[in-house]
Design a protein around this ligand. Structure first.
Ligand SMILES: [Mn+2]
Length: 399
């Protein structure tokens, strides 16, 4: 069977007050056409459908339209889980209608209700705590284990002393992963942090300790009997485990300049019981790109911003004087495609790093030191006095 793995749509995401929904629409248009052309049997969406708990009606509309297109009147099953950005209950309300399109939205560990009608290609046959079983027209048995974004709050559990997050996630996975059979196609869908290295025994204790503060798990939580594990949460295409076939597919649209236009953001896999028949990372074309550009002077920015209206631009300026601050504000106002102007620190240019300790320094000395290290400048007495006046005012207010 053919499966399309997509994740982290973040519908409703904004950048510099620019609504990125048209970009999502463009990418999803491509992805739905692709899924139709490939005649995929199942689409899994590994969480973070929306960017916020209360999405706009436009964002919801795009989600509903898209999953409906994916379903091709029920020919393709669509399995959606909630991510940390989604409000699980709100996401699941659509299940009342969704199941009649072969669409299943999983936001908690309760069994989803099954459709009342039969579809020609793939049908849900059973559901339980964290899993849905399907049967295809080619008589393939499919088990999908779903673990929506795991958190103690969402799973209504308390963290116990001496029990790691790793152990709890493994426990939450158990009822579903126990359903895996050697003759079925076993799929895991989740939204969490994991990493591609197996910690050594030495490191393990440390990893467990850190993971009690930061919710991440290592790949031992994923069943060895899983044919394919579809993850969301990290916005970058990544192979976590080759042996266990654990993958992050990447986000729908780019969020960071490191993601180049040719990085994959979806995965098409063809699965057989206990093996992958074919594996294809998909590069989804983006309507806009994110670029990081280094310039010498602030004056160089305007020309670039004018010529690249379809890119989000993050500038890094080498020479910057504090007196140019108003010019910078004006530039940002005029060109909405400028998403950041960072100043390359003088200390970093010369390769030095200075540790800044307040110690017994006065406010005046701190300001002068700051200006010197960050901007390489000596401030005019007028600027220093203005700063001190403001500081005095703030201190008076907070007393
Ligand atoms: Mn996430």
């Amino acid at each position: 069977m053919k499966i399309l793995h997509t994740s982290d749509w973040h519908l409703g995401m904004k950048l510099n007050d620019i609504d990125r929904l048209p970009e999502c629409e463009y990418a999803l248009e491509y992805l739905t056409k692709f899924a139709e052309k490939e005649q995929v049997d199942m689409v899994v969406i590994a969480g973070d459908i929306y960017d916020s708990f209360i999405p706009s009606s436009d964002a919801e509309n795009l989600f509903f339209e898209t999953v409906k297109k994916f379903s091709r009147n029920g020919k393709c099953a669509v399995v959606v889980i909630s991510g940390n950005h989604d409000e699980p209950k709100r996401l699941m309300t659509a299940n009342v209608f969704a199941k009649e399109f072969n669409i299943f939205i999983v936001g908690d560990m309760n069994p989803v209700s099954l459709p009342t009608k039969k579809f020609e290609n793939i049908n849900a046959t059973e559901s339980g705590s964290g899993y849905i079983k399907f049967k295809t027209s080619k008589n393939e048995n499919v088990v999908v284990a779903c673990l929506p974004y795991p958190s103690y709050y969402r799973y209504k559990e308390m963290r116990k002393d001496g029990v790691t997050f790793q152990e709890d996630v493994k426990k939450w996975f158990t009822p579903a992963q126990e359903q895996f059979n050697s003759d079925s196609i076993n799929i895991v869908v989740s939204h969490l942090f994991t990493y591609p290295h197996e910690p050594s025994d030495e490191d393990r204790a440390e990893v467990n300790q850190i993971s009690s503060a930061y919710p991440f798990v290592d790949r031992r939580v994923f069943s060895e009997h899983s044919t394919y594990t579809a993850l969301g949460h990290i916005h970058k295409y990544m192979q976590v485990s080759k042996r266990r076939n654990v993958y992050y597919c990447g986000s729908l649209i780019h969020k960071y300049p490191q993601e180049t236009s040719d990085s994959p953001s979806a995965i098409l896999v063809e699965l057989e019981p206990s093996s992958i028949k074919s594996f294809n990372p998909i590069v989804i074309p983006n309507l806009k790109t994110i670029e990081e550009i280094e310039v010498k002077n602030l004056e160089d920015i305007e020309e670039i911003a004018k010529n690249k209206p379809n890119s989000y631009l993050q500038f890094c300026v080498t020479n910057f004087s504090l007196s140019q601050i108003y010019y910078e504000i004006e530039l940002r106002k005029k060109y909405k495609n400028i998403t950041a102007i960072k100043i390359k620190r003088q200390a970093r240019v010369s390769g030095e790093r200075e540790v800044f300790v307040k110690g017994n320094l006065t406010d005046k000395q701190i300001l002068e030191k700051f200006a010197k290290t960050v901007y390489g400048e000596t401030l005019k007495p007028k600027t220093v006095n203005l700063f001190l006046e403001l500081m005095a005012e703030v201190q008076n207010e907070t007393l």
